[in-house]
Design a protein around this ligand. Structure first.
Ligand SMILES: [Zn+2]
Length: 333
C-alpha cells in the first residue's frame, strides 16, 4: 500500500492519543467568544488566534496559554473546553485519549478544583456513555511552579480522588527546576494509583531526558525528542521501552524542534517506542491525522505509520486503552 493510501486508511481507523492538554484543545472560535465576553482585546478574531499559534518559542507558548486561562471566568467554562476536546476526539476517531488536566492552573485562575473536576468529569462521562471512546486523565503539575505546587496537586487528588486520573506528570518549563527536585513528589504516585509521566526533551537536550529517567522513572515521556542528540541515551530509551509522546506541529510552532531535521524517525528507527499526539491542537491548529501526514512527509513508511498507531494503544497507562479496536468500529459522528 502506498503511503497516501495508508493515510486515507488511517483517517478511518480508531486511534489513540496520549499527549494533549485540556486548555490547548480549545476551538479558536471558543476563544474569540470568551474574549468578547470578557471585553478582552486578546483574541479579536480567528486570524489572531492563528497568528498566536506560531509563538516561535516555548516562552511565547506559555504566555499564550496564560492568556487562554485568563479568559476563564467560572468553573463551567471548563465544560466548554472539555466539549471542544471531546468533539475533536469524535471527529478524529480517537477512541482512547489521555488528557492532561492541571489542578495547579485551575487554582491559580482562582477556581475550586473539585468544582472544575466535576464539570470536566460530566462532559467526559457523557462522551463515554455515548460510546465514542474512553478518556483517562493525567494530572498535570507545572514544573516552573516548583515541587510544593506539585505536592499540592497530589494533596488534591488524595482529598478529592478522581477515579478517571491514571497518571501524573510535569509540564511547563523543563529547564526551570531540575527533575531531582521532584523525587519526593513522584514517590507518592504509587500510593495514589498514578503512573509517572513527565515532559522532558522539548526545550531540554539529552541531559534533561536522562535526569528525568533517572530521578522520576516515567512510564512515558511527553516529547522526549531532545534525547536524540545522545546515541547512548537513545539506546537506553530503546531498551527501557519508555515511550515518547511526540508532537511535531507543537515542536515546529515553538521552534524547539523544526520539522526540517526533526529526529522522530531517527528515534523510531533506533527502536525507541514513539507515539504521535497533537499537544495543544486548538492553539496549534492541528489534528492527529495532520500529525500522521506530517510524519509521512518526513519520510515515514506505511509500516511505520501503522506501527505508531499501534504504539498509541500499547503505551496506554490504563488497561481500558490497551485494547486496539478493530477497524470496522462504528462510524462516529
Ligand atoms: Zn504537552
Amino acid at each position: 500500500m502506498a503511503v497516501a493510501d495508508a493515510l486515507r486508511a488511517l483517517a478511518l481507523r480508531p486511534k489513540a492519543e496520549l499527549h494533549l492538554h485540556l486548555e490547548g484543545a480549545v476551538r479558536p472560535a471558543t476563544l474569540v467568544r470568551l474574549a468578547r465576553r470578557a471585553a478582552s482585546p486578546l483574541f479579536p478574531d480567528l486570524a489572531a488566534v492563528r497568528a498566536r499559534g506560531r509563538p516561535g518559542s516555548l516562552a511565547g507558548f506559555l504566555s499564550l496559554y496564560r492568556d487562554v486561562c485568563r479568559l476563564l471566568r467560572e468553573p463551567d467554562d471548563f465544560a466548554l473546553l472539555a466539549r471542544d476536546l471531546t468533539a475533536r476526539l469524535r471527529r478524529g476517531r480517537i477512541v482512547y485519549a489521555e488528557v492532561y488536566v492541571s489542578p495547579a492552573v485551575v487554582e491559580r485562575v482562582g477556581f475550586p478544583w473539585p468544582a472544575v473536576r466535576d464539570v470536566v468529569e460530566r462532559v467526559f462521562a457523557a462522551h463515554e456513555r455515548a460510546g465514542h471512546g474512553r478518556i483517562r486523565v493525567l494530572l498535570d503539575a507545572v514544573r516552573h511552579f516548583g515541587p510544593d505546587a506539585a505536592h499540592r496537586v497530589l494533596d488534591l487528588q488524595s482529598l478529592h480522588p478522581w477515579p478517571r486520573a491514571v497518571g501524573f506528570g510535569l509540564g511547563g518549563d523543563e529547564l526551570a527546576v531540575p527533575a531531582r527536585d521532584f523525587v519526593s513528589v513522584y514517590r507518592r504516585l504509587a500510593g495514589l494509583g498514578l503512573a509517572p509521566v513527565v515532559h522532558a526533551g522539548e526545550t531540554g537536550g539529552p541531559d534533561s531526558v536522562a535526569e528525568a529517567l533517572r530521578w522520576l522513572r516515567p512510564r512515558r515521556i511527553a516529547h522526549g525528542v531532545g534525547a536524540a542528540a545522545d546515541p547512548s541515551l537513545v539506546r537506553r530509551l530503546a531498551r527501557s521501552g519508555v515511550a515518547l509522546d511526540v508532537c511535531l506541529t507543537s515542536n515546529a510552532a515553538t521552534g524547539t524542534h523544526p520539522l526540517a531535521g526533526h529526529p522522530v524517525l531517527r528515534l523510531l528507527r533506533s527502536g525507541v517506542a514513539v507515539t504521535l499526539s497533537t499537544d495543544d491542537p486548538g492553539l496549534f491548529g492541528t489534528t492527529l491525522l495532520g500529525e500522521y501526514r506530517l510524519l509521512a512527509r518526513l519520510g515515514a513508511t506505511e509500516r511505520e505509520l501503522t506501527g505508531i498507531l499501534r504504539a498509541g494503544f500499547r503505551a496506554a497507562l490504563s488497561p481500558a486503552g490497551r485494547h486496539q479496536p478493530p477497524d470496522s468500529a462504528r462510524t462516529l459522528s
